[in-house]
Design a protein around this ligand. Structure first.
Ligand SMILES: [Mn+2]
Length: 359
């Protein structure tokens, strides 16, 4: 039947039905899905995990900060890279590969999506990505909004310079402790005339009072040096530097205990540079250093930090163009899940401390 076959009355009736339908469709379209229902995490038997628009962990994408406890944020910026670029492509690739991740941590039993409200807040929007200091300021402004709303940020870089921008937002009320997994201390000074680059964020963070060097531990440090005292700032300021040799001799369980000792009970930040892992596990990165952690060592180490009061975390330096198979982003997604689990544990602990009447 075509419109020609309809009487005038039929046509009016059909049009009004169509109008009613489209009104209700518009009404439904205006409704934001309730975050509690986690439709994107529905039974994979009903909705395969490779379907849909890729967000981190297939989470709902929202800008409603009042509906979120932990917000995943992409920071597609690599303007601070000193050598091989490409980390700007990290967030999109990790979003894609993170669809492989399920709901429950099989080792610890932590189910972060049940414990707290988690969402993908999209990317930190940078309007002028080619102006390094301006871009860092834009990233800080983005995270300041998130922080003011009481949301715990879990960020995906981007190169390691973004950590300074995040810390400027969430560490401004007093220095935080820091657990950093990295091949490099990233406490260098000026390089080719710039104070800001991915080899210096934690020196600048100490100078700006954002992190407490005496509550900072750097794990996995290795690689050849430009000069013997290349990371002298770490040692001089009182950071605990765990070389890969010490880590290899004493193991992940010892390293976790050492991290808990150094950081103590105060608020802390966790920064995971994918180059802490051996390049056999994570070749897609800007400054690979052979002879690093295994993925399993990193996973077990992070799981053992569930008692620390983390108020934010990031995963940085994934450069998909240097990858050979996608394994770096798959590995990064698995590590990101571990970071989410310890952030969720900390968040739940803070919540129960607040509501406990005897505290
Ligand atoms: Mn780094």
């Amino acid at each position: 039947m075509t419109w020609r076959d309809l009487s005038f009355i039929d046509a009016i009736e059909l049009l009004s039905k169509h109008e009613a339908y489209s009104q209700s469709a518009r009404k439904e379209a205006g409704m934001i899905k309730k975050i509690e229902s986690y439709p994107e995490l529905a039974d994979p038997q009903l909705q395969p995990r490779y379907t849909g628009i890729p967000t981190f962990f297939r989470l709902p994408h929202t800008m409603r900060l009042d509906e979120v406890d932990i917000g995943l944020v992409g920071v597609p910026f690599d303007g601070g890279v000193t050598n091989r670029p490409g980390a700007r492509h990290g967030p999109r690739d990790i979003r894609n590969q993170s669809s492989l991740i399920r709901k429950v941590n099989q080792a610890t039993g932590v189910a972060p999506f049940d414990l707290v409200r988690v969402a993908d807040l999209g990317d930190a929007w940078i309007e002028r990505p080619f102006e390094l200091q301006g871009a860092l300021a834009e990233i800080t402004a983005f995270f300041a909004t998130i922080h003011a709303a009481g949301v715990t940020p879990l960020s995906v870089g981007g190169d390691h310079s973004i950590s300074l921008a995040v810390l400027r937002a969430i560490g401004k009320n007093g220095p935080l402790g820091l657990v950093q997994l990295d091949a490099h201390c990233d406490t260098g000074d000026d390089y080719l005339g710039s104070r800001f680059h991915h080899g210096a964020p934690f020196r600048r963070a100490v100078e700006e009072g954002l992190i407490d060097p005496k509550r900072t531990i750097q794990i996995g440090i290795r690689g050849s040096l430009n000069v013997a005292e290349m990371w002298q700032f770490s040692y001089g300021s009182g950071m605990r530097v765990v070389s890969i040799e010490e880590f290899y001799d004493k193991g992940w369980r010892w390293a976790a205990e050492e991290a808990r000792k150094v950081v103590g009970g105060g608020s802390a930040y966790l920064s995971f540079d994918i180059d802490s892992l051996d390049p056999v596990y994570a070749p897609g990165t800007g400054t690979p250093e052979p002879g690093g952690l295994t993925t399993l060592e990193a996973q077990r180490l992070i799981r053992d930090l569930g008692s620390l009061d983390f108020v934010g975390a990031d995963l940085v330096e994934v450069s998909p163009p240097f990858d050979t198979s996608g394994v770096t982003s798959i590995t990064a997604a698995a590590i990101l899940f571990e970071l989410l689990c310890v952030l969720a544990q900390a968040r739940v602990r803070r919540r129960s401390n607040v509501t406990r009447p005897d505290v």
